[in-house]
Ligand binder design. Structure first.
Ligand SMILES: [Zn+2]
Length: 423
């Protein structure tokens, strides 16, 4: 059923061929008929570290480049939604841009705010906490840049061909060589919906996912299709659901060892200074090992492995003793994680989540306490947390938050107090 879904006119007219990855066995589309691997990790190592894919962009520049590109292509730019998904009864946090429109828009109950539209939605996902700081690419909080089109029988906006074409044009406009882009077939199921999707890969990095949401669990008058033992019905709306990782785009545009160095350079260097090893950022040996570590660690699945085994494997590859690598890398990983977590807390508290023992409040407390634990490991005083969150809020822009920054500071101070009492 799904295989036919990927036979796009656009692929054919542009001369792409469908190859099977010799490493993972999955199908992908490429402009290079001799290409044997899909371009995804771990089938292909990162190619972009030290060798950027796009022209250099900061976070703000990349977001603007994306949104204005889609505006020029007839999309309406809309404001972000809060990271606390209060309109949903199944999730506490906004985990994707499409979450903004589920369930009421996607089910056709209310019309979309614009059609087609473009947005950069801050999202929070806490399922890979242990990998944050270590893998070089995991974040708890990221912006999903997206363009969405809601097609109905009455009104066709655009579907697969135009979506892939827009993706190619965007990548080219940022300086990428489209000969190196691969589109990997990836049938998608999530949040009660399903449909064909392609992962967009370049330089060994997945930079976007293009989902064509066309099936749902909700009964319609059309006959169902069975996926993983569940009947899915063709939806009244067919929805273009794209997700482009803003931070990954920035990383790929800079080719730095980790995503953290590319996305929050000021905060990384600030926390390193505070922790007393800022000088290492100018040590070429340190920078080299950091880069090598990022290259290999990024290819490994940390969640399934003990950190020591991972460290051993990376040390073998770089050719230095494991304890030397551990001593060098572990504090830096904590710095990265602290920087990531404080940005996540800025969005949580700035969007009016109050730490507590329940629901989204519990998640905020979890992240906050995890940050304090790592700060203590680096001998950073607890009091510093409020300052780090305030800095993050200023970098993002205070006007982007609903909550008064003074209230955020007061909340953080009280949470620090409670943490001390608990300890
Ligand atoms: Zn593969």
């Amino acid at each position: 059923m799904m295989e036919d879904e990927y036979q796009l006119e656009y692929f054919k007219s542009e001369g792409l061929t469908r190859n099977i990855c010799t490493s993972c066995g999955k199908a992908f589309w490429t402009r290079d008929p001799d290409r044997t691997v899909c371009g995804d990790a771990p089938c292909e190592p990162y190619q972009f570290i030290g060798n950027p894919i796009f022209r250099p962009h900061s976070v703000d520049e990349m977001r603007e480049a994306y949104l204005s590109f889609f505006e020029k292509q007839g999309h309406t730019r809309i404001d972000r939604y809060p990271v606390a998904a209060r309109w949903r009864d199944d999730i506490y946090l906004t985990i994707a841009s499409i979450a903004d429109f589920q369930p009421f828009v996607t089910s056709g109950v209310v019309p979309p705010p614009a059609n087609p539209l473009t947005i950069s939605q801050p999202c929070i996902r806490l399922n890979d906490l242990d990998s944050v700081g270590r893998s070089g690419r995991h974040l708890t909080c990221f912006e999903m840049m997206a363009h969405h089109a809601f097609n109905s029988d009455d009104k066709e906006i655009y579907w697969k061909d135009r979506t892939v074409e827009l993706c190619d044009q965007l990548l080219t406009s940022l300086g990428a060589n489209k000969e190196k882009v691969t589109y990997k077939e990836h049938p998608w199921i999530g949040g009660g919906n399903a449909g064909p999707s392609v992962e967009v890969l370049i330089g060994g990095l997945e930079v976007a996912t293009l989902v064509f949401m066309s099936l749902g669990k909700q009964k319609t008058d059309k006959p169902p299709i069975e996926l993983e033992g569940t009947p899915y019905y063709p939806m009244t709306l067919r929805i273009v659901d794209t997700g482009y990782g803003l931070e990954r785009f920035v990383w790929a545009s800079q080719g730095s060892p980790t995503i953290y160095d590319a996305v929050f350079p000021e905060m990384v260097s600030h926390v390193m200074q505070e922790a007393g090893f800022g000088h290492r950022l100018h040590d070429p040996d340190f920078i080299r090992i950091l880069g090598e570590n990022a290259k290999f660690a990024g290819l490994m699945d940390i969640s399934g492995q003990r950190i020591f085994e991972l460290r051993q494997k990376v040390a073998d590859k770089i050719g230095i003793p494991t304890d030397k690598l551990e001593k060098m890398i572990a504090p830096v990983e904590s710095v990265y994680a602290i920087v990531d977590h404080t940005r996540c807390l800025s969005y949580m508290l700035g969007d009016c989540i109050v730490p507590s023992n329940a629901k989204d409040g519990y998640l905020a407390r979890l992240v906050l306490r995890r940050t304090l634990r790592m700060m203590r490991e680096l001998n950073l005083p607890d009091d510093k947390l409020g300052d780090l969150i305030e800095r993050q809020m200023k970098i993002i822009g205070l006007s982007k938050f609903e909550q008064d920054p003074d209230v955020v500071m007061e909340i953080v101070d009280r949470e620090v107090e409670k943490y001390r009492t608990t300890m």
